[in-house]
Design a protein around this ligand. Structure first.
Ligand code: MN
Length: 709
């Protein structure tokens, strides 16, 4: 019997005769197209697509997917075009074949740029038809299985790509079996010696522990029989690559890893899962904190199971997974389980939704990230499964990376929500945006239409989506701020350069165009941005002075009232103006501003010692003052001497907040038997506000002294 006849016979278990005929027709078409071509192993080329279709048939892939598998290398390797395939086999099959060819056409070459590009195309294809990815994965699987025909350097490159790209995708789609096989084959190809040694060690260790495992299984079996539950119980073997990863990344010893045993119990119904859980907990003591209910809260890739760890005999831990048949198929085949369980439309809809969301995230990420290296880095972090699961107020479940905060959550819900978020409630309690989230919490985001992302968010936003959106916003905002500051700076300086010109708009056109030409800048905003960000400032003012004196033949003599030339600080300038951390100026203080190249203006108090010390380092002293309508919260550092007393801290906190002050940081710097020395950073409006708070603090009997640093 020929190979195709054997496959056709296998297909009768789940396809109609007509469907099988279509698959065979695609096979003969491909055989002709690849006529005369051979694989590196010497076999006829057609054996490859046939094997790919075989892999997919094990997942009960539908007939169109199988046809596409037969034809997947036809466009790539022969003169035949997509149109011809569409004519013969219909648009659906042609689209899948075309999608696979496009993926194949992009070479990785280990360059980040190529990988980012590939991801994008791959995700586009996936968003349209998931079968493109499944055919591609099966194609890669057969190539990995037959890798030995390749020269060693190619073997390693393919294996590396498989571990970096394809096994994470299989994992993302919940296809555990495929993911494990990719990892085992990839590991053996990159590190043949390590894989061989590890494999020998594993079979030796397993031999020694055989009795223990079978005892555990037998115990459970007896208990289940007593309660009339029929379930499949199997020992779970750890695969080599995961042992290797654990040894390498978690720095665990081989025996530590091998000393943990896995048992899987597959039941008929969800109800039985929980009953089995109760039974095994009765049998052996569970280890606290290790129970996880992924049935109630599935993982993002659709995985469902109960996990628990027991103290077995001799205190050896036994990891137990409990799930139903359907969940088991879902866990092993992931999204491909759809074709195994056609009737379970709901489960499929959910798992497809999850992968769709992932793809949409990828596409959005691609829009905001221009650097391919950054993109691939982001995608890589996103692919790894360390995750927390939290609820939206409506009860939807979101997956976020471990350590994610409400900022990440807000961006995961919607970019606009992230961009305008101001506060959050975690389990209905008002909480800090920087607090790391924990699985099971319900998160509600409070937004304000005029709010915008802040640069401090980058300290605690960890998801790639949140980070790239925040950075994107800040970059835009920075430019606008630099332009505004540049305009104000120029207007402040102009009367010094020439008393004839009040502001930029009053300058003669030809002077401006000469200036732009000299600087090789095309428009006025770019010029203002350069000034505002401190680049070439001396050069620009110097050249402008020269131009104006040429233009007017006029020696510029400043005769202006300097008071009017102050650059007034409103507190709303954003990141272009910053307040020095050494002296914490607040409205009402006498201040000086220093312009530093690329950093904008830093405001110091005039009596700041830091300032006089480093004068030479600063580029330019700007005359600054406070605007009458200064707004915002300004940080100020207080030093307190306090008598030790249990309630003194709450009294201090209460007095400051009662006076509308905001406590930003509270540090005990020193203490002896009776007193503390504390440093408190508080947020105030201005000097008057500060004076009020200090007065309140001085009224507390246990406070010995208060003064501003
Ligand atoms: Mn192929």
């Amino acid at each position: 019997m020929s190979d195709i006849d054997r496959l056709a016979e296998e297909l009768t278990t789940y396809l109609t005769k007509e469907q099988i005929d279509h698959v065979c027709r695609a096979y003969y078409y491909a055989e002709q197209a690849h006529e005369g071509q051979k694989r590196r192993s010497g076999e006829y080329y057609i054996t490859h697509p046939l094997a790919v279709a075989g892999i997919l048939s094990k997942m009960h892939m539908d007939y169109q997917g199988l046809m596409a598998a037969m034809l997947h290398d036809v466009i790539e390797d022969s003169e035949i075009k997509k149109d011809a395939i569409a004519k013969q086999f219909g648009n659906t099959v042609a689209d899948i074949v075309d999608g696979v060819s496009k993926l194949t056409n992009i070479r990785f070459e280990n360059r980040a740029a190529a990988q980012g590009e590939n991801f994008q195309k791959m995700s586009l294809a996936l968003a349209k038809d998931i079968r493109v990815i499944l055919v591609k994965l099966a194609d890669r699987m057969h190539n990995m299985r037959t890798l030995s025909a390749m020269p060693p350097y190619k073997r390693r490159a393919k294996a590396k790509e498989t571990l970096e790209i394809y096994s994470p995708i299989a994992h993302r789609l919940g296809m555990h079996d495929m993911c494990v096989e990719f990892e085992e084959l990839g590991f053996a190809a990159i590190y043949p010696m390590r894989a061989k040694l590890l494999s020998q060690a594993v079979s030796k260790a397993r031999g020694e522990r055989k009795k223990f495992v079978s005892d555990v299984i037998e115990n459970i079996q007896d208990a289940l029989k007593q309660y009339n539950i029929s379930a499949k119980i199997t020992g779970r073997e750890k695969h080599l690559y995961s042992i290797y990863q654990k040894m390498k990344l978690k720095k665990k010893s081989f025996s530590e890893i091998m000393d943990v045993f896995g048992v899987r119990i597959v039941t008929q119904s969800i109800d039985e899962c929980y009953r089995v859980l109760g039974l095994v907990h009765n049998l052996h003591k569970p280890i606290p904190g290790r129970f996880k209910d992924y049935i109630a809260i599935p993982k993002a890739n659709g995985y469902q199971s109960l996990h628990t760890t027991l103290f077995g005999a001799h205190a050896i831990p036994v990891e137990i997974q409990i799930r139903t048949n359907e969940m088991d198929d879902m866990a092993n085949n992931g999204i491909a389980a759809h074709w195994l369980y056609k009737e379970q439309e709901v489960a499929l809809a959910e798992s497809q939704d999850h992968s769709k969301i992932w793809i949409q995230n990828l596409l959005e990420l691609q829009k905001t990230t221009t650097d391919p290296a950054e993109f691939i880095e982001n995608v890589k972090t996103d692919l790894f499964p360390n995750a927390v699961y939290v609820f939206t107020p409506k009860g939807d479940i979101l997956e976020l990376p471990t350590g994610a905060t409400a900022i990440d959550f807000a961006y995961a819900v919607h970019t606009q929500i992230g961009n305008t978020c101001v506060a959050c409630r975690i389990n209905k309690r008002l909480s800090s945006l920087s607090e790391p989230l924990e699985s099971g919490q319900t998160i509600e985001i409070i937004t304000a239409s005029n709010a915008h992302p802040r640069s401090v968010w980058l300290n605690f936003a960890i998801s790639s989506k949140a980070r790239s959106n925040i950075k994107h916003f800040l970059k835009q905002q920075n430019r606008q701020e630099s332009i505004n500051l540049g305009k104000r700076l120029l207007n402040t300086m102009l009367p010094h350069i020439s008393p004839l010109y009040e502001d930029l708009e009053a300058l003669p056109k030809e002077v401006i165009s000469a200036l732009l030409k000299k600087l090789d800048i095309t428009n006025k905003n770019d010029l203002l941005e350069e000034i505002g960000s401190g680049k070439r400032l001396n050069y620009i003012t110097g050249y402008l002075t020269k131009l104006l004196s040429q233009h007017q033949e006029l020696a510029a003599k400043p005769s202006v009232n300097t008071d009017e030339q102050l650059l007034l600080i409103t507190g709303q300038e954003g990141s272009v103006i910053s307040f020095a951390q050494c002296c914490h100026p607040i409205p009402g203080d006498a201040i000086s501003g220093y312009l530093q190249i690329g950093k904008g203006i830093t405001i110091h108090r005039q009596k700041c010692s830091e300032l006089s010390l480093n004068k030479s380092r600063h580029e330019l002293l700007a005359d600054v003052g406070w605007d009458d309508h200064t707004k915002g919260v300004f940080e100020v550092n207080l030093s307190l001497q306090i008598l030790k007393n249990k309630t003194v801290f709450s009294t201090i906190v209460f007095s400051i907040t009662a006076a509308d002050g905001e406590i930003i940081q509270f540090l005990i710097e020193d203490s002896d038997l009776h007193t503390y020395k504390a440093s408190v950073i508080i947020g105030v409006k201005d000097r008057i506000h500060l004076a009020k708070i200090i007065r309140k603090l001085r009224h507390i009997p246990d406070i010995l002294s208060v003064h501003r640093k």
